[in-house]
Design a protein around this ligand. Structure first.
Ligand SMILES: Cc1ncc(C[n+]2csc(CCOP(=O)(O)OP(=O)(O)O)c2C)c(N)n1
Ligand SMILES: [Mg+2]
Length: 573
């Protein structure tokens, strides 16, 4: 036991947990601890809005595979975390949100910046703790890191601000590691038998595969089974796109090849995925989910097994460990299995058909048709880059085009679907992978929510991310709904008077590029990567009815019914 202050215990525990960077906005509530950060070797990255701090911690955690932190002033600062922490929750990303709060003697009195922060974070964290005595600072800080790893999601460390002060005796050490292992032997055997019997086994590779660094193991499994590998929604990095068995992602704006391949499955191995319902909805009028196929679901989060689909086998396991043992078990039951040439040919055919169709959609020479621009952009992004994608029509169109070489490269908003995700996440990703080009792909609307102001952060903190702003002068994804379901009556869907984001970037000290011709895209991307500074590419693209992709939620709309005479003209029926 060593005598120290709770601030020292807190900071020393962060150091023991490997924290070298944290994101936030300076605040009096934790200033006594903040003062120690530089000496402790912790860089405090000062952002423009706490939402970006939490997205950055999330992006950093996804790229490094280790818990990362954000910290905020009590009340309004902590409240600004909420949307981003929820994104991390659904991404199973181990973010430790540090929320100093009102002093312990003032809780419940309605003092300055008072917020009951525990219920606020209850539904978006996997674990919460309020430090209830200063003596427990190190223990409960450490606990948050352990729980974030164990439950693979955000943890909240809530600290009454007066508990940073005093003298305590404590011991500093690192929390334990977590490994879910391969699952019970009989389940592995059952999975092997099920897959060995199948004529058309398909592997559905989820975020857990990327998080467990299980690509090689999935590759070996897929090759043994001659099984096409489908990525789950917005997890395009869970299998190398160049592999002959890679067929791309299902879900919104995904790959028709993936959808057609999984539709033919008589057994699906869903690895490292909760099978989120939005990610398996019909798309392009293809109702691809194979309802009669045997379904094996493997995830470290047992609470998610069988939630959205009826499963034949649910295994709580680490994707990598499970895949390793499954291959051994498959070899034991089906050792003579040969490469299935007919299936390989079918997969190649489906991929060729989809490529041809997508190319035909993207081959217009009309200046700055979004698909043509996005094709040029995704071709120009160097192999191995990390790409953070936002939510919007154009960032979703990217799902059809984005190809990755390895895990932890596609950092997306997933089914939390919040506009304003990408820039903060990209900043965190860049901190985690400083030698890798990192892109943030955002619509003009999303960029305005959280992007534009964070360029100041990237400049100030020298975080050279490359933002691409799809500047179509509209909240395109929502405008598409108004086109399809409200006879093009636009309310709040236009973004007129957009500034020149390239010029604005320059004014903020970043490098700015304006692209109005797809022929310039490759050069601009090359320049942006080369410049080594925060860069913004203002891509002025077409918008509107002719170019917008399918709406997100066709499934959820009903014809507009208006009974009152004053609204009758707005009725669709
Ligand atoms: C925080 C948040 N607010 C609102 C929405 C609803 N929404 C979904 S997509 C979208 C439009 C996005 O527009 P933009 O970023 O310009 O991209 P575009 O669709 O034009 O490509 C909106 C407003 C959301 N998903 N998240
Ligand atoms: Mg837009």
């Amino acid at each position: 036991m060593t005598k120290m202050t709770p601030s020292e215990a807190f900071v020393e525990t962060l150091v023991a947990e490997g924290i070298t960077n944290t994101f936030g906005i300076v605040g009096s509530a934790y200033m006594d601890a903040l003062d120690l950060f530089p000496t402790a070797g912790i860089r405090f990255i000062s952002v423009a809005h706490e939402q970006a701090a939490a997205h950055a911690a999330d992006g950093y955690a996804r790229v490094t595979g280790r818990p990362q932190t954000c910290i905020a002033q009590n009340g309004p600062g902590a409240a600004n975390f909420i949307s981003a922490i929820t994104a991390a929750f659904w991404a199973h990303s181990p973010v430790v949100a540090i929320t100093p709060e009102t002093g312990s003697m003032g809780i419940g009195t309605g003092g300055f910046q008072e917020l009951d922060q525990m219920p606020w974070f209850e539904k978006c964290t996997k674990y919460q703790v309020r430090v209830n005595r200063p003596e427990r600072m190190a223990e409960l800080t450490r606990r948050c890191f352990y729980m974030a790893k164990l439950l693979s999601g955000p943890a909240q460390l809530n600290i009454p601000r007066d508990f940073f002060y005093g003298d305590i005796d404590c011991e500093i050490y690192r929390s334990g590691d977590v490994n879910y292992g391969s699952g019970p032997e009989e389940q592995i055997k059952k999975a092997a038998e099920l897959l060995a019997r199948a004529k058309n086994p398909v592997i559905l590779s989820g975020g857990g595969v990327s998080m467990a660094d299980a690509i090689d193991e999935v590759k070996a499994l897929a090759e043994f089974l001659t099984a096409p590998v489908v990525n789950t929604y917005l997890h395009n990095d869970t299998f190398p796109a160049a592999h002959e068995l890679a067929v791309g992602p299902i879900g919104y704006c995904g790959s028709k090849a993936a959808m057609r391949c999984i539709a033919k499955a008589d057994a699906v191995l869903a690895l490292g995925t909760r099978l989120g319902p939005f990610g398996t909805l019909p798309q392009y009028d293809i109702d691809y989910w194979p309802k009669t196929a045997k379904l094996i679901q493997v995830d470290i989060d047992g609470t998610q097994l069988g939630v959205s689909k009826k499963i034949d086998l649910g295994v709580v396991a680490d994707a990598r460990e499970f895949a390793l043992q499954l291959l051994k078990a498959l070899k034991a039951v089906d050792g003579d299995r040969k490469k299935d040439a007919a299936r390989l040919a079918d997969i190649a055919k489906e991929k060729a058909v989809w490529k041809e169709e997508l190319d035909s959609w993207s081959s217009t020479n009309k200046l700055m048709h979004p698909r043509r621009f996005i094709k040029e952009l995704t071709d120009a992004i160097p192999d191995g880059s990390i790409v953070a994608t936002d939510i919007g029509n154009n960032s979703s169109i990217c799902n059809s085009y984005l190809k990755f070489t390895g895990p932890r490269q596609h950092i997306s908003a997933l089914s939390w679907g919040n506009c304003g995700f990408a820039y903060g996440a990209a900043m965190g990703a860049k901190i985690g992978a400083p030698d890798t080009p990192v892109f943030a792909l955002q619509g003009d609307g999303a960029y305005g929510i959280s992007g534009l102001s964070e360029v100041m952060t990237a400049v100030r903190e020298d975080i050279p991310v490359i933002a691409v702003v799809f500047n179509n002068h509209e909240w395109g994804a929502e405008k598409k709904n108004q086109i399809d379901f409200f006879k093009s009556r636009f309310v709040g869907a236009d973004l007129l008077m957009n500034p020149d984001y390239a010029q604005l970037a320059k004014d903020m000290g970043a490098v700015g590029f304006k692209v109005e011709d797809y022929a310039d895209v490759k050069d601009v991307v090359r320049e942006a990567v080369k410049c080594g500074k925060a860069a913004v590419i203002n891509a002025v693209i077409e918008g509107g009815e002719k170019v917008l992709a399918e709406p997100f939620r066709r499934d959820a709309f009903k014809p507009a019914v208006r009974h009152l005479p004053k609204y009758r003209h707005l009725s669709a029926v």
